[in-house]
Design a binder for this molecule. Structure first.
Ligand SMILES: [Zn+2]
Length: 275
């Protein structure tokens, strides 16, 4: 049985690295926007479980403590390390459907995708919250808040024949940069470096009907839709030189994905905590 565990070691803290997804600005924007759409009851329950802290406070927790958020894959007769970092990504197949797992780079392991853990956490919090210890309950809330953001980041989807998630170099405004990093941060910060609350306020403009449409379906449906919308980012190839035209072309995608993530995170949390 796969399970999440906290392992706190200094060595693990020192090895912090890897895929970061939306940077802090993006994750905080998604969480802040979601917070504005929590029902009164859901907000009250979250206040209780989070000791009055905002979900924004925990929005990047899974990136900040990535080595501590591990999935235990159980006994492995091949002798591989059985503990793996929780995936912040997902893959789609040739039909655009979310596949159950990601091949973990550099290992023979096949891990469940981030959407699997969102659904697993939602089920645990909705139906078994009284059985969870304090740290597990908190970790599961942090996981949902973070991974609903990540699954909407265009740089977090692996496609058949392209599992790079943008781990190649391009040139942005004359400086070499990993393409993935642009989708974490730069795309949101140019041309104007809004704060997370500014950005949430600016993006939270959808009608009630549009919000209902966005939040219909399941996280797997949302993954399929995100993958279809985001495939175009790979029209940018290694070595390409990017300027304001790139920002102007792709920023609407980043903003739409952030807004959808905000509404959907609220929907997931309301379904769990509004009872
Ligand atoms: Zn992440």
């Amino acid at each position: 049985m796969k399970r999440l565990t906290f392992i706190l070691t200094l060595a693990a803290v020192c090895s912090l690295q890897g895929v970061s997804a939306w940077g802090r600005l993006g994750h905080a924007t998604v969480a802040y926007m979601a917070e504005q759409h929590l029902t009164e009851q859901a907000r009250a329950n979250l206040d209780k479980w989070l000791d009055g802290k905002s979900i924004v406070y925990y929005a990047s927790w899974l990136d900040d403590y990535k080595p501590q958020m591990l999935v235990d894959l159980g006994y492995d007769p091949d002798g591989d390390d059985r503990m793996h970092q929780l995936p912040h990504t997902f893959s789609v197949d040739e039909n655009g459907d979310v596949v159950p797992g990601n091949h973990w780079p550099g290992t023979k392991k096949y891990l469940a995708n981030c959407i699997h853990y969102i659904e697993e956490s939602a089920e645990m919090l909705k139906n078994h919250i009284a059985e969870l210890d304090d740290s597990t309950r908190l970790a599961r809330i942090q996981l949902i808040v973070h991974c609903v953001g990540d699954m909407h980041c265009p740089g977090h989807i692996r496609y058949p024949g392209n599992t790079t998630i943008g781990y190649y170099k391009v040139v942005l405004f004359g400086e070499e940069i990993r393409y993935h990093t642009i989708w974490d941060t730069n795309i949101l910060q140019r041309p104007h470096p809004w704060s997370f609350s500014d950005l949430a306020w600016l993006l939270d403009r959808y009608t009630a009907e549009e919000q209902a449409e966005i939040t219909s379906g399941t996280p797997y449906d949302w993954g399929r839709e995100s993958a279809a919308a985001s495939r175009c980012i790979y029209d940018v190839k290694a070595g390409d030189k990017l300027d304001n035209n790139f920002i102007k072309t792709y920023k609407p995608l980043a903003e739409t994905q952030l807004a959808k993530a905000g509404y959907r995170l609220a929907a997931v949390l309301n379904a769990i905590f509004d009872k």
